[in-house]
Write a protein that binds this ligand. Structure first.
Ligand SMILES: *Cc1c(COP(=O)(O)O)cnc(C)c1O
Length: 386
């Protein structure tokens, strides 16, 4: 089976993990801070806090940004449910902005329209969470300008975008235009720690909060140790056990060292796909706003199923029978029964998302794909249109 996404684990990755397994500390040892420093350095952010998942990173990022009961946050509907779920964990209400029909990222024009209205209604959001969909950077500079005008926080859901540049030489995660960026290291993402995630920031206070919340809200300072002894610690907020392990962090360091090679390979596959699919009727290939800057987590085709008179279900089934895995990224969050029941969003407010969703199909993209597999996928996709 050629899945739509998959990890690439090398011998060296395994050796690094094994080394931790036979050491004294499996968790909260010396490897986690090393991973965090390497990650912060890669992104050019001041601080990184590694946690147990991308969802945990988002949750802590929201709390650290003081999102709480009855606050409103806005995000894109074209994302994994976790982006919005983390707001519900905080007691906040998520609302959605339609996407840009070219980039499939949050539409800045629609965002601005909604902000103007929200200001009149006195219902401005506490934060906006742009998602760098499929690895393509959202329009951070413009969103940042709006955040200054309307006073909301920007938290990046960067689960797809480690290694993406939003501008030449500037990496997602440098937090130039945001308070915090959250990454995921789930195996389908660009680098993996099994499960895992991280929040990066340039703000020292935010960093301290993230650290504390990751581990039950407990802190231990030199002052306390001096006063009470080495055993002392204090719980100062209601935190969580969102810790990552040293075992995972070792894999993370090793994967981070290989990230640039992963991206090169991903981009090579993308070039082959684009070349093969660019002139097929009723098929649209992904558009890249800043040529060469996206780390491409996903390769999403837009197929006009109506025009080719075949359903998505039919095509996915056929491809699966040919050992090609596909997926739909994403079911718009407002369409999920849980969200529908809670908030009853009006689909008509999201025409670009609806149009995109109807046509979306992600095909295999991962660094371990062989030339033979790439050619095979291309051949079978082209066959659909014959
Ligand atoms: C994967 C993903 C998450 C959640 O990350 P986990 O590590 O699976 O918790 C959040 N947002 C987006 C856009 C994702 O793709």
């Amino acid at each position: 089976m050629i899945p739509y996404g998959k990890q690439d684990i090398s011998k060296q990755d395994i050796e690094k993990v094994l080394k931790v397994l036979s050491s004294d500390m499996l968790t909260q040892g010396p490897i986690i801070p090393k991973f965090e420093q390497a990650l912060a350095k890669y992104c050019k952010a001041k601080y990184a806090v590694a946690v147990s998942s991308g969802t945990a990173a988002l949750h802590l990022a929201y709390i650290a940004s003081e999102i709480g009961d009855n606050d409103i946050i806005w995000t894109t509907p074209n994302t994994f449910a976790a982006t919005a779920n983390a707001a519900l964990y905080c007691g906040a209400k998520p609302d959605f902005i339609d996407i840009n029909p070219n980039t499939y990222n949050i539409s800045v024009e629609k965002l601005e329209e909604k902000l103007i209205q929200a200001k009149k209604d006195n219902k401005l959001p506490k934060a906006i969470i742009p998602v760098h969909f499929a690895g393509q950077a959202a329009e951070l500079k413009k969103i940042d300008a709006l955040s200054r005008k309307y006073g909301f926080a920007v938290i990046e859901d960067a689960a797809h975008a480690i290694g993406t540049k939003y501008k030449d030489g500037k990496y997602i995660g440098d937090c130039k235009y945001s308070n915090i960026a959250a990454f995921s290291f789930h195996p389908v993402k660009t680098i993996t720690t099994g499960e895992g995630g991280a929040a990066v920031t340039n703000n020292k206070k935010t960093y301290k909060k993230l650290l504390m919340l990751r581990s039950h809200g407990i802190i231990k300072t030199d002052k306390m140790i001096e006063k009470y002894g080495q055993w002392h610690y204090q719980m100062q907020a209601l935190g969580f056990n969102y810790r990552i392990t040293d075992i995972q962090a070792a894999l993370g360091i090793s994967q981070l060292n290989r990230l640039n090679r992963f991206i090169t390979k991903r981009r090579k596959i993308i070039r082959q796909y684009n070349e093969a699919f660019k002139n097929i009727q009723h098929l649209t290939i992904p558009y890249e706003k800043e040529k060469g800057n996206s780390a491409f987590h996903l390769y999403v085709l837009q197929i006009n199923f109506k025009k080719i008179k075949k359903s998505r279900k039919q095509i996915m089934k056929k491809l699966a029978a040919q050992n090609i895995g596909t997926q739909v990224h994403y079911i718009p969050v407002y369409r999920h029964p849980y969200y529908k029941k809670l908030f009853g969003y009006d689909y008509k407010k999201y025409p670009a998302t609806e149009n995109y969703y109807k046509k979306a199909l992600s095909i295999p993209l991962y660094p371990k794909m062989t030339d033979l597999q790439i050619e095979y996928v291309i051949e079978k996709i082209i066959e659909i249109f014959k």
